[in-house]
Design a protein around this ligand. Structure first.
Ligand SMILES: Nc1ncnc2c1ncn2[C@@H]1O[C@H](COP(=O)(O)OP(=O)(O)O)[C@@H](O)[C@H]1O
Ligand SMILES: CC(=O)N[C@@H](CCC(=O)OP(=O)(O)O)C(=O)O
Length: 258
């Protein structure tokens, strides 16, 4: 079985032109099938502020009204995705940009209203691997933004970490699948302001303790939920850290264990 690497990059990598170029240079050289997933929440927030559209976040998720959906579609599926594709083409990496609507690759349903109405936010129902598998086997690299669709013509905003974990799970019976969450820190940290305090292994036991002790908070909570979801659904390897974890052997990062 071939190994598929699903790699997610967060806002802090996308926002910095130099960091992004350096990452894409090394990403393009990774051999074998690979999928890149990008966020871009920070840029969407910046543009919404500029356009006078109020930004509302709850539990790390963006409340997405019709104006916000327009903005995130322009930012995620347009500006960020197409810039990444153009850069990869300069590095001999033949990439194609995807939202979940393209090729009907990721189908979601609008999140039901419970305590909060998230608006046009989608929870993933299904990943269709057929088209993507053909592309991967032909050496083409799919690059996903954080947008899905409901098969009734409605685009939906879906967190990029979730897109990455659902893609990894979707391919877990076709490839040996590895999921890498790249962000600006060395991994999950014991002390969030000390990059040397990497917690190298997290399992469901120490995870609970880390939450209770307030060590894991903010965006790290949904990220780790996605990690456990993946490792419990046949994904072989789930890691969180700086992009260097993909390219160097002497680097510390966090590995998730089931
Ligand atoms: N224990 C922790 N270790 C590392 N980061 C943490 C921790 N607890 C909270 N965080 C926060 O989680 C953030 C990462 O989540 P998020 O911003 O959603 O990531 P991304 O940039 O991938 O979208 C970090 O920037 C950090 O501020
Ligand atoms: C529903 C929801 O919250 N979607 C996210 C999608 C982008 C994202 O996940 O970007 P980062 O990975 O850079 O945070 C949002 O709009 O912020």
């Amino acid at each position: 079985m071939k190994t598929l690497k699903v790699i997610k990059i967060g806002g802090n990598i996308i926002d910095d032109e130099q960091v992004l170029n350096h990452f894409l240079e090394r990403f393009s050289k990774i051999e074998g099938p690979k999928i890149l997933v990008h966020g871009g929440g920070k840029l969407a927030t910046k543009l919404a502020n500029k356009m006078g559209v109020e930004v509302k976040m709850t539990n790390g998720r963006r409340i997405t009204d019709a104006d916000t959906l327009d903005i995130i579609t322009m930012v995620y599926a347009g500006k960020i995705n197409k810039n990444i594709i153009a850069k990869l083409q300069t590095k001999q990496c033949n990439a194609i940009g995807f939202s979940g609507a393209d090729g009907n690759t990721i189908v979601s349903e609008r999140r039901p209203i419970k305590d909060v109405d998230f608006g046009f936010v989608g929870d993933v129902l299904k990943v269709n691997t057929n088209t993507l598998e053909v592309l991967l086997n032909a050496g083409v690299t799919p690059v996903f933004c954080a947008i899905t669709h409901d098969e009734n013509g409605q685009l939906l905003n879906t967190n990029a970490d979730t897109i990455a974990s659902e893609l990894a799970i979707g391919f877990a019976n076709i490839f040996k699948t590895e999921l890498y969450y790249c962000f600006e820190k060395n991994g999950v940290l014991q002390n969030v302001s000390d990059d040397n305090s990497v917690i190298e292994h997290i399992n469901s036991e120490n995870y609970k303790a880390l939450i209770n002790d307030g060590i894991i908070a903010d965006g790290m909570l949904p990220k780790l939920n996605n990690c456990f979801h993946a490792i419990n659904h046949n994904v072989d390897k789930v890691c969180i850290g700086k992009p260097e974890m993909l390219f160097k052997s002497n680097i510390k990062y966090t590995t998730i264990q089931g």
